[in-house]
Write a protein that binds this ligand. Sequence first.
Ligand code: PGA
Length: 256
Amino acid sequence: MKRFLIAGNWKMNLNRGEAVQWGQQVASAIAEDHPVDIVVCPPSVYLQAAGEALTDSPVSLAAQDMYHQPNGAFTGEISAAMLVDLGCRYVVLGHSERRHILGESNELVQQKVQAAIAAELIPIVCVGETLEQRQAGQTTDIVQEQVAGSLGALSPQQVSQMIIAYEPVWAIGTGQVATPEQAEEVHADLRTILENRYNHEAATQVRIQYGGSVKPENAAELLAQPNVDGALVGGASLKADSFLGIVEAAATCLNP
Ligand code: PGA
């Protein structure tokens, strides 16, 4: 039986009041024994406010990024321990906006993944191809290179407990969602890649989310794919109602 993980990534959006309101609305809608794992990734400056609004709810907090060093002269950066201190359980690493806009390399993502795991944060590691790469037939090679470069020498046991998000760059924020078949194909490839690099158990247990223009209207058909274990949601997570619609689509998939 799948255990879906639905995460809302606000990116650089909302203000403090909106963050609190979102947290209160979601907290009041989600029962303690909700069958879906629910995660919210507010901007780091609102982690505390959102976390307080979500106290007593099963919704977990995630950061959108972190730095791999434990402390020191790294102006503007935030360590894994600081995120744990604020109540974070997860951290998104290697999001395509960080890879493409901020120039993050696989090597840097790998250092962050190791530091996150050492601090007992669960990494949500993002991979995905650009439109040009897809059109050139390079999708599998690209995600394979990103998995190898970003996960490196983790143990199968460490891999089994993390989250991978397949986010085709051409589908992020564009409204152009991957078809369920396109998503399933890459998710299945990712399991093979992970099985070859680690082992069968790690490849089966790791949860692979799809991300890129997920909305309440298209969530159910994506989540119904055998290798899709959840969604990483950007734009449609900014309004509590639409985020809750995606969470409910996941719950309905479990109990049609
Ligand atoms: P989107 O973003 O849902 O707005 O396409 C997804 C993401 O970047 O995680």
